[in-house]
Ligand binder design. Structure first.
Ligand code: NAD
Length: 229
């Protein structure tokens, strides 16, 4: 017997990512957009009637989303970036009671870039410095991007040093998202670059995460967990 579709509450439905998720969900038989909301709408009513909420809105919505998920025991897929330390703590606390995928980037390519960055740091060792360059469209609200911050965390953990990885943020045109990690050593450079051509890659990854998370126990998961990387 075929499983019934995963019922999704989409938060930030009127935004660029929200619209892309709606378009893609329309063609996916395993997903049903059961409710949607945007700025000014209450989140709690939609949470009641879904299996999982996908959030592509604004970090200011985090508190309300987490409270509603806890009240109704629902899973969360959080794609929004730009959270404060307090908002990240709320997400971590929520994940003690419900399953949460929290990912600064849902693309398969970027998650492989995370893996390669970790491996690069490990293999190149302390003789190589590292920096990150990220470029996005002018409308992007946060800088550096959540993806660049995740990359920096990976590189800093791999180097086991106190020094921060420099991040250069460029905002121009309608660029969906580009991230480069540049390793510089004595007389050589290694550059790893990912270029997102369409927002569809993030929406596809978020829907994949939504289908995956509904079968998981409470916990904080990354997109690397979803992909098994
Ligand atoms: P956007 O500005 O086009 O859309 C955001 C939408 O959220 C808007 O419609 C806005 O009205 C709504 N919103 C704002 N505050 C809200 C609130 N408190 N409650 C409900 N809705 C609210 O932005 P976007 O380009 O769609 O990106 C949305 C978020 O997703 C950003 O944080 C962005 O960085 C992030 N993002 C993540 C990924 C990923 O793979 N994780 C990919 C792309 C974008």
């Amino acid at each position: 017997m075929k499983n019934s579709p995963v019922r999704v509450l989409l938060v930030g439905a009127a935004g660029r990512m929200g619209k892309t998720v709606l378009e893609l969900a329309d063609t996916d038989r395993d997903i049903q957009i059961a409710a949607r909301c945007d700025l000014g709408d209450p989140i709690e009513p939609g949470m009641k009637n879904c299996d999982v909420a996908i959030d592509f809105s604004h970090a200011d919505a985090t508190d309300e989303i987490c409270r509603a998920a806890l009240a109704h025991g629902k899973s969360l897929v959080i794609g929004t970036t730009g959270h404060s330390r307090e908002q990240r703590t709320i997400i971590k606390e929520t994940a003690r009671s419900v399953p949460v995928v929290f990912a600064s980037n849902f693309s398969v390519g970027v998650n492989v870039l995370f893996w390669l960055a970790r491996k690069g740091t490990e293999l190149l060792g302390p003789d190589f410095g590292a920096e990150i360059v990220e470029t996005h469209h002018k409308m992007k609200k946060d800088a550096p991007s959540g993806t660049a911050k995740t990359l920096a965390e990976i590189l800093e953990a791999g180097r086991k040093s106190e020094s921060k990885i420099p991040i250069q943020s460029i905002r121009e045109g309608d660029i969906v998202g580009e991230h480069s990690v540049i390793f510089s050593g004595p007389a050589e450079r290694l550059e790893l670059t990912h270029r997102a051509v369409s927002r569809e890659i993030f929406a596809r990854g978020a829907l994949r995460a939504a289908k995956w998370i509904v079968h998981k126990p409470p916990g904080l998961y990354s997109m690397q967990d979803v992909l098994g990387l």
